[in-house]
Design a protein around this ligand. Structure first.
Ligand SMILES: NC(=O)c1ccc[n+]([C@@H]2O[C@H](COP(=O)([O-])OP(=O)(O)OC[C@H]3O[C@@H](n4cnc5c(N)ncnc54)[C@H](OP(=O)(O)O)[C@@H]3O)[C@@H](O)[C@H]2O)c1
Length: 301
């Protein structure tokens, strides 16, 4: 950091990701210096103080604290993409607590319950530390991101090349949420004077099935986009054919099956209440991102 800002910085782990890249630019976050941490600093924008942080290289864990040159106000956690990242996430929380970090905001998911497997263990850990008065915390449980269609390579490729969306969700509804809105909620949780000390389901404003999404893309792109409803097994095989490891493909198919049986068929007003923001509709996102789906994909698999 060139000139020392008197305010303690916010550390955003995953600062180059879908939510993190929006969070580091959010006006509320930017009331503080922001340190954007990722595996590859090269992808971090000029506006950030970007540093290398690798969940799986302990030598990099001190980097944000060296860059801050003093205490951090808060840490936003996007966990490692490995299958069970809970142990390493809790280890880093303890590492940061030793360096006097008080507030942690964890990006989890609507499918993850406190105390459940994987990230659910970290929800429970933060809650327990909070009950002991040792941390301030929030857990964000966003539903599925609108941006998946424009930022995940397999969606982009098949929308461009085949005019198709694939899922195993049948006609089940999902309250697709904008990553902009998740970032707005995250920024509030990191900067609010009063600690949240709770978890929030962060759900979008309208319930849409994959077929509804295909219809909206059809209108925006001016060509027919079709939803192909696969069996759980076919979706698994499809993901594996793109190189997704078997365990991850099974996990993704399991999530889609639970959606098929109604797990995401709900909405709430968390974005309005927590971030005072009108939640974005999928059509707005599709309109803003339509250039992504123009032309043929260069990708092969
Ligand atoms: N997509 C959805 O619909 C959805 C819904 C609910 C919850 N979620 C949850 O959201 C999280 C993903 O968030 P996102 O989509 O905002 O992120 P993302 O776009 O997948 O980006 C991942 C971020 O993590 C960084 N990263 C990857 N490996 C790392 C490592 N070993 N050490 C340090 N940083 C590393 C990446 O940095 P580099 O740029 O350097 O690679 C990048 O900044 C997951 O936990 C997922 O379960 C997703």
């Amino acid at each position: 950091m060139a000139a020392r800002d008197p305010k303690p910085p916010i550390l955003v782990i995953g600062g180059t990701g879908t939510v993190g890249s929006r969070l580091v630019q959010h006006p509320s976050s930017r009331c503080y210096p922001v340190i954007a941490a990722s595996q590859s600093r090269s992808q971090t924008g000029d506006h950030d103080h970007g540093i290398v942080f690798d969940w799986h290289d302990h030598n990099t864990w001190s980097n944000p604290f060296s860059a801050a040159g003093g205490p951090l106000r808060a840490v936003y956690i996007v966990a490692s993409p490995v299958m069970d990242s809970a142990p390493i996430t809790m280890e880093f929380i303890d590492f940061a607590r030793d360096k006097c970090v008080r507030r942690f905001v964890l990006q989890s998911s609507s499918a993850t319950e406190s105390g459940g497997p994987a990230m659910g263990k970290v929800h429970a850990y933060l809650r327990e530390l909070g009950q002991r008065g040792e941390v301030d915390w929030a857990v964000l449980r966003p539903t599925w991101f609108q941006q998946n269609f424009g930022e995940q390579l397999f969606h982009i490729k098949f929308i461009k090349d085949e005019s198709r969306l694939y899922s195993a969700t049948s006609d089940a509804k999902i309250p697709w949420v904008s990553a902009d809105d998740i970032a707005a909620v995250a920024a509030k949780c990191l900067t609010s004077p009063d600690p949240p000390n709770t978890e929030y389901l962060v759900l979008g404003p309208e319930l849409l099935s994959y077929s509804d999404i295909a219809d909206i893309l059809t209108k925006v792109l001016g060509r027919k986009i079709v939803h192909v409803d696969l069996s759980r097994r076919d979706l698994e095989m499809r993901h594996q054919s793109f190189g997704v490891p078997e365990e991850s493909s099974k996990m993704m198919s399991a999530l889609q099956t639970s959606i098929k049986f109604g797990s995401e068929n709900r909405t709430n007003d968390a974005i309005l209440t927590l971030a005072s923001a009108t939640p974005k509709m999928f059509a707005e996102y599709a309109e803003s991102a339509k250039a992504i789906w123009a032309g043929q994909s260069q990708e092969t698999h």
